[in-house]
Structures are given as C-alpha cells and as structure tokens.
Ligand binder design. Structure first.
Ligand SMILES: [Fe+2]
Length: 157
C-alpha cells in the first residue's frame, strides 16, 4: 500500500503522532528527573513515607519513557534521545532543590496533570488516524494517572 508505514498507518499520521509522542517523551524525561530529585531531597517527618512513594512513581515513569520511545520506533520514527533536546521540548520545567514534602507532592501532581493533558491530545489524534496501538497505550496511562492525581490531591487535602 502506498503512503503507509510498516504497520499500515498513513505516513503523514504516523509522522504527526511521532512528533507529539516525542514531546510526551521529553515531558516524561524531565518529570522523571524531577521526581528523582524529590526522592533524594525531601526532608521532614514524612521522609520515609514520601521517599518510598517517590521511588514508586519514578520507577513507573522510567518504564513509560521506554514504552513511549519504543512506540515512536514502532511508528517508524526516531525517539529524541538527548537531554538538551528534552529541556527545550518539555512543558514540564525542571524543578530543583525542593525539600518540603508538600511542595514535592504538588510538583508531582502538576506533572501528572500536564502528562494527562498531552496524552488526551495524542489519544484524539491517534483515534482520528485509526492508530489503536497508540490510543490504547496513552489511554492506559491516562486512566492510571487520573487515579494517581486523585490520590495526590487527597494527600494534599
Ligand atoms: Fe533511592
């Protein structure tokens, strides 16, 4: 079939989705590093609880970094793989020297909200392009992360 890639999607749709997935990848990478920073730098009487919880979050983020990058490859494109590019492409800003537990949790909550927004946009583009693989992947992320947002919000009271 002309104008289709190896998985049968239109080249133009695959290219548009790969661009948005690369933006998503950049956000995941910066957010991952932020959460790692919260894990290292948090102080106070909730240290043990938060230090452990933040490790759970960044471990999951790192798994998704790889899944998003490999989806881009599956679509026939190249995942961005330099931190200098991630910094330029990410909507989530680097967050440094945060020690207060509430501020760390707020940073994580806002990060997940950004990811959910971007993933909804990708879900819509993927659905229009009949790209069930990308739609299902980001759909799963949205469902999981919406639950996480509820929990983080509950934690903050
Ligand atoms: Fe650690």
């Amino acid at each position: 079939m002309p104008d289709t890639n190896v998985i049968g999607l239109h080249e133009s749709s695959a290219s548009q989705l790969a661009d948005r997935l690369n933006a998503l990848l950049a956000n995941y990478q910066i957010f991952y590093m932020n959460v790692r920073g919260y894990h290292w730098n948090v102080k106070g009487n909730q240290f043990f609880e938060l230090h452990t919880k933040f490790e759970e979050y960044y471990t999951d983020l790192l798994l998704k970094v790889d899944e998003v990058a490999e989806r881009i490859l599956t679509l026939g494109h190249t995942p961005v793989h330099a931190y200098s590019d991630y910094v330029k492409m990410s909507d989530i800003a680097e967050d440094k020297d945060v020690h207060d537990g509430q501020s760390c949790v707020r940073g994580i909550l806002q990060g997940y909200q950004s990811l959910i927004g971007l993933q909804r946009e990708i879900l819509s583009i993927a659905s229009d392009a009949d790209d069930e693989g990308t739609a299902a992947q980001v759909g799963d992320y949205i469902r999981e992360q919406e639950k996480t947002v509820w929990m983080l919000n509950a934690y903050l009271g």
